[in-house]
Design a binder for this molecule. Structure first.
Ligand code: IMP
Ligand code: MG
Length: 184
């Protein structure tokens, strides 16, 4: 092979939330969700790619039966700023009509992406539609949107790990970190 990607520079990543802290919070969220959905079978909709590690840990802690589907949307590309333009790259396989739908996403930042997604899914007439996000960066919000379930409020830094990426790198880090700016 002559083509290869440069290795991501992990030395610039500082730990913000440890793997143990994440595991504890995910268990708490799962308990809350299991209690709220008792007697029901929600459809968990993961937004790819950022949600997949969080979703995988979360659903294994739930005590209610669930169905799981995924929606892929285009995000920032290689930039760290929201374009506000959201495109559905891969749609859900499951119909939503009459179902209890819980959307799972990694980060609520400007809110533009999730506002678009929630509005779009609402048109498919779910019985209920709720939102669970691992991290919220309220400092950067541009539109009014509040998660029903929230893991952590994070500072206005670009975070990576536990599913979240910077230009597709760092998703596999077991902790949540932030990328240190070079001259700060
Ligand atoms: P929003 O539209 O600005 O709310 O951004 C939503 C999406 O951008 C999230 O689902 C993330 O995938 C991505 N994003 C926003 N902030 C960060 C970050 O700090 N690290 C990694 N991805 C981020
Ligand atoms: Mg994302």
């Amino acid at each position: 092979m002559t083509t290869s990607m440069p290795a991501p520079d992990q030395a610039r990543v500082r730990v913000l939330i440890t793997a143990d802290e994440i595991a504890k919070r995910v268990r708490e969220l799962a308990d809350q969700i299991s209690a709220d959905y008792a007697g029901r079978t929600p459809l968990i909709v993961g937004i790819l790619k950022g949600s997949w590690i969080f979703l995988a840990d979360l659903v294994r802690q739930l005590t209610v039966p669930v169905y799981i589907d995924f929606l892929t949307v285009s995000s920032y590309g290689a930039s760290t700023k929201s374009s506000g333009v959201v495109k559905i790259v891969m749609d859900l396989k499951c119909p939503l009509e009459g179902r209890d739908v819980l959307v799972v996403e990694d980060i609520l930042d400007s809110g533009l992406t999730l506002r678009y997604i929630m509005r779009h899914l609402e048109l498919r007439k779910p019985k209920s539609l709720k939102l669970c996000v691992l991290m919220d960066k309220p400092a950067r919000r541009q539109v009014e949107i509040k998660p029903d379930y929230l893991g952590f409020i994070v500072p206005d830094k670009f975070v990576v790990g536990y599913g979240a990426d910077f230009a597709e790198a760092f998703r596999n880090l077991p902790f949540i970190g932030y990328i240190e700016e070079p001259d700060k």
